[in-house]
Design a protein around this ligand. Structure first.
Ligand SMILES: Cc1cc2nc3c(=O)[nH]c(=O)nc-3n(C[C@H](O)[C@H](O)[C@H](O)COP(=O)(O)O)c2cc1C
Length: 183
């Protein structure tokens, strides 16, 4: 089983990158995880004229291939102004363009971390809506890490074992449901 894992944040010290790392570690013996840094697939803001005149940018094509090669998606997204960061929405928009929709039929676990009190829950809700439009089966359970600026130790692990257990449980569910979908 192959899982494409990426954070919706670009910055090196991102809490969401750390949260993704915790989940990737939890999946280590259960799946083949392809960890993607969105900086590896740069693309301009979506522009229909670029698409019409030049086709999809190289980064978008590479991103589509990485999605297509996976059975499931693991995404940790920040919350910007109660919603998905524009960077993340932009790469999803490019990747959704024809000739194929690589998202269709994938299973996804959505996570979010925020220094605020709500753990990026509104961003994850918005991401659920967008990915549902693209035919992704999204697990009902999510992982939300509030007060993320205090939640991780220097090694990037979650300080609270209960939070780690939640991540592990959600990852196990991702593996179980993806296995069912694969038949
Ligand atoms: C443009 C912008 C808007 C933000 N809006 C929210 C918000 O609506 N809710 C929230 O909890 N945090 C918000 N934040 C704070 C982010 O949660 C915080 O910067 C977080 O650390 C970003 O995720 P990262 O650590 O993975 O980079 C915002 C940050 C930025 C830059």
């Amino acid at each position: 089983m192959k899982i494409l894992a990426f954070a919706g944040a670009l910055r090196a010290g991102s809490h969401n990158r750390k949260l993704l790392g915790v989940a990737v570690e939890a999946l280590r013996d259960q799946a083949d995880v392809d960890r993607l840094d969105l900086r590896e697939v740069p693309m301009p803001p979506y522009d229909g004229d670029i698409e019409a005149n030049e086709g999809l940018p190289e980064g978008a094509r590479a991103f589509k291939l990485r999605i297509a090669a996976a059975d499931a998606l693991l995404i940790a997204s920040p919350e910007y102004n109660w919603s998905i960061p524009g960077t993340l929405k932009n790469v999803i928009d490019w990747a959704s363009r024809p000739p194929n929709n690589p998202f269709k039929g994938k299973v996804a676990l959505l996570m979010g971390a925020s220094p605020g009190a709500y753990g990026a829950v509104r961003s994850v809700l918005a991401l659920r809506q967008v990915l549902t439009a693209l035919g992704v089966l999204i697990l009902p359970s999510t992982v939300q890490i509030a007060r993320a600026d205090q939640a991780f130790d220097e090694a990037g692990k979650l300080k609270d074992p209960k939070s780690t257990a939640l991540v592990e449980k959600a990852c196990a569910e991702l593996v179980r449901v993806t296995g069912l979908m694969k038949g």
